[in-house]
Design a binder for this molecule. Structure first.
Ligand code: NAD
Ligand code: K
Ligand code: MN
Length: 342
């Protein structure tokens, strides 16, 4: 039986509490997936304070050359600029060309088989927009002035657009909403919007996306409406998916994958949660769901289904939940409840 090499990058804060939980959940799948082999890798703020580099070369090399996929936890970023530090997750997405951040937000129906109240996907462009991090501060006539460059390219908009059309096509409703603010940012968001709109006319697609209904929504008004699949430039996608997490009760439930054409990395949407770190109460479900998304992306549907069904069951029963979901259980207790149902 072949093996599945999984890079584990817990990084900082509660990443170190929830990624080990996801690892155990994967191990519980037995023969439904190739035998998993885990490789522990470093990144993050603490790695930076120890080595001067938040993303050691070795981490990127091992991911690139030895791993089939990876799971990333969360990083803590300093609130003020620190010389030499730059976010390792933003760098990793770029280094491995993980151009899509796919974030399903899904509630659990009261009973198995029923329609969930919330079932949407935010497809976030992952490599450009304001995350190119070209900022500068200068002194002008009236004091300090700060600027940031926002980059939108046709190439990146086209490939994220195509990924979004694929995801929309696979859903019952097949609605794709383009999120933008081109009433104000007509050149940058205008390019994003037009490029995504034109995806179905690309050569070789031959009417493949004819059944997908294309809609648009300005990003500000999008936060109070619920859509099927939403495709957005980097920053809007980040904010929208955190906002959508409120619809399902907690950031501790929302998974994602960072996906490129040749690599996939699961990652819970939440950050390092300094307010609860070390208390043993971080919700591991977003990470376990991220592992499921990663496996599903690789085609291991049976394993992914088993993880998702076990998580759904634990949420539906409502007995073993962490405090973010108004429960009183610990990370370990929730993990054990999931393991039992796998
Ligand atoms: P956060 O997601 O860390 O926390 C927001 C709130 O949600 C907190 O109250 C936290 O306790 C709660 N929460 C988040 N995940 C939870 C879980 N699994 N279980 C229970 N409660 C959970 O966001 P923040 O507070 O804005 O940022 C904290 C740090 O995380 C910052 O340094 C930020 O830069 C970093 N961050 C990293 C990533 C990433 O790794 N990709 C993403 C967002 C924020
Ligand atoms: K994260
Ligand atoms: Mn976010």
């Amino acid at each position: 039986r072949k093996t599945l090499k999984i890079g584990l990058i817990p990084a900082d804060g509660i990443g170190r509490e929830v990624i080990p939980a996801a690892k155990q959940a994967i191990e519980a799948l037995g023969s439904d997936i190739p035998r998993p082999e885990f490789i522990d890798l470093l990144a993050g703020w603490e790695t930076f304070t120890k080595t001067g580099n938040a993303l050691p070369h070795e981490t990127v090399d091992v991911l690139r050359n030895e791993c089939d996929c990876a799971l990333f936890g969360s990083v803590s970023s300093p609130s003020k600029k620190v010389v030499g530090y730059s976010s390792p997750i933003v760098a990793l997405r770029k280094e491995l060309d993980l151009y899509a951040n796919v974030r399903p937000v899904l509630s659990v129906a009261p009973e198995a088989g029923q329609q969930p109240a919330v079932d949407l996907i935010v497809v976030r462009e992952n490599t450009e927009c304001l995350y190119v991090k070209q900022e500068e501060q200068t002194i002008g006539e009236n004091g300090k002035e700060a600027r940031a460059t926002r980059v939108i390219t046709e190439r990146a908009s086209r490939r994220i657009g195509q990924m979004a059309f694929e995801l929309a096509l696979a859903r019952p409703r097949k609605h794709l909403t383009i999120i933008h603010k081109s009433n104000v940012l007509s050149i940058t968001d205008g390019l994003f919007r037009e490029t995504v709109r034109k995806v179905p006319t690309l050569e070789g697609l031959n009417g493949k996306y004819d059944d997908v209904t294309i809609m648009e929504q300005l990003v500000d008004s999008a936060v109070y409406r619920v859509f099927d699949v939403m495709v957005a430039p980097n920053l809007y996608g980040d904010i929208l998916s955190d906002a959508a997490a409120a619809l399902v009760g907690s950031l501790g439930l929302v998974p994602s994958i960072n996906a490129g054409d040749s690599f996939v990395m699961g990652e819970p949407v939440h950050g390092s949660a300094p307010d609860i770190v070390g208390k043993g109460i971080a919700n591991p479900l977003a990470s376990i769901r991220s592992a499921a998304l990663m496996l599903r992306h690789l085609g291991y549907t049976k394993g992914a289904d088993r993880l998702d069904l076990a998580v759904d069951q634990v949420i539906r029963e409502g007995v073993t939940l962490t405090p973010d979901l108004k429960g009183t259980s610990s990370t370990t207790e929730v993990l054990n409840a999931v393991l039992k149902r796998i």
